[in-house]
Design a protein around this ligand. Sequence first.
Ligand code: WTA
Length: 656
Amino acid sequence: MPAEYLCTEAELYPVPKCLLDPSLSPTPHINSIEQYKKLYDESIKSPTEFWGKIARETLIWATPFQTVLSGDFEHGDIAWFLEGQLNATYNCVDRHAIKNPDKVAIIYEADEPGQDRKITYGELLRDVCRLANALKAHGVRKGDIVTIYMPMIPEAIIAFLACARLGALHSVVFTGFSAESLRGRIQDASSKFVITADEVRRGRKTIYIKNIVDDALKECSTVERVFVFRRTGSKVSFIIPRDVWWHEEIQKYQPYCSPEFVNAEDPLFLLYTSGSTGKPKGILHTTAGYLLCAATTLKYVFDYHEGDIFGCMADIGWITGHTYVVYGPLACGGTSVLFESTPLYPTPSRYWEVVAKHKITHFYTAPTAIRLLHRFGREYIDCHDLSSLRIIASVGEPIDPESWKWYYEVVGRNVCSVIDTYWQTETGSTIISPLPCAILTKPGSATLPFFGIDLAVLDSITGKEITTTEAEGVLVIRQPWPSIARTIYNDHNRYVNTYLKPYKGYYFTGDCVIRDRDGYYWIRGRVDDVINVSGHRISTAEIESALDAHPMVAETAVIGVSDELTGQSVHAFVTLKPNCSTDVKELTLQIRKVIGPFATPKKIYIVSDLPKTRSGKIMRRVLRKIISNETDQLGDLSTLSDPNLINILVDKVNSS
Ligand code: WTA
């Protein structure tokens, strides 16, 4: 976030009065800053008592746990709720289906308006059991990794839960990823099973995902079976006996399958995310700790109550979709909206039509979508009845104060709480955010830590804790919390080196932060080579290696540049091998092929050389300044091997 956004004098926004009025809103779980502080202090001073109690109250255990927490950051051996046994689907489905089978679990808002569908807890249980039985019949067992590459349809959620029912891990891959990316993830996980569909439909556009899967599987010898769900009914290639139709398989099995009770620390899923090197990391979350924080943050951060309709717009391929479309709402027995379309289809009113139609109480999206809709103007919003909304939330990147205020005034009509949630794939659930009825907000700040999150700000050079309230530095966490990722699949060393080694005894977030005099946190962005485009995490190294793999390319430097709409955008500088030629279009295709369309750079510059230090390191800082038109602030160029290059690069950027 640019420094000018930061305003420690920012106006404090009070809790909207109607949220505290019992005749208009449910009684908040936490309704004062004092109550928040008391619980927060307890959670930090006695984490085992705090989380032990909540874990007993929130989850159903087949075997109770004895040890709340063991291990620490120094040894990288964190474990929560040892000896406890449970099943995630029992907690997310069975217990609610037993009590209230007709309650709606999922509202599916299909790509085409008017094709929505509701699935009750009773139906969900039967569907999950049928699929679990079918998967079992095809050999899926506890500990197996099932790759899910699915559209935003209820069957995707059913697939998550069917895996969890058997104690198998799901590894969900966002359908914006290409065949090569999908292949890399399947290979890394040695996945034997894939669940997919014929096609994705989004904003009336089609992605032929079965073809992508076929392409990916050309080099995946481990995969034995592919379950294919019929989403659009188009003809797709079918490779027998590898491929089976979902609808044919499930008919063979009865709609009950007993849940496999697993240990608290048994893994629930893998989710690949970008790191600062080219190779994506398989972030591993375990069953009890993850589920507990998904449910607990839903309850407190979103002040969730029985009867609420939770509308998280994120794709299930990202952590936000995992935690706040699937596990959080279902663990709480809530109703979750699954949105298949885009905010602009068929018009920029789509979100608001959906809010009004389903009487959504919680609306959760990313700043990039907020900025996009802001540009279209309020006429698309004002004509819709948004009176059901209580909480409107944001995630994925810093939200600039202007967009925050617009969200508050136009979408929230000054009567909803804006909840900016800061977290990461690795944290499992939100770790810094206001509590709607207890913490006053400041536009642009994620405010204060959630229970159990013991934050510290370190001086990035000395690594020492800054103990004054006002501080600027890298954001770290002092104590483990239940939903922290436990490892990187097959690479525990990388886990330790990335998160635990940089600052001994702390979890390192990779973000830098400012803490203002009120103790509020303002996330300022990554300190590593990870960039954030429209809330999607992309590593510059990943894009560089995709370009480097092109036969004509000699060298590349990819940088993230601030962007009014998408937060950051990707700019790539490329040099070609001698006597080689190619064009920007071809290089764009290369990235789409290797990673996926969402990683497409905003600009690619084919240049004669890259600025380097005498030892040959590419000076990305210089490229950043050139793009932002700050060539008067290039800093120390004494190590630059060819000083003339700057003018050539400036000309190239200006003429592109
Ligand atoms: C950034 C998404 C500022 C941050 C849940 C983090 C944010 C990375 C916010 C994780 C926010 C996420 N304010 N920055 N509210 N939320 N980020 O793993 O840089 O896709 O480290 O998880 O996104 O991205 P990830």
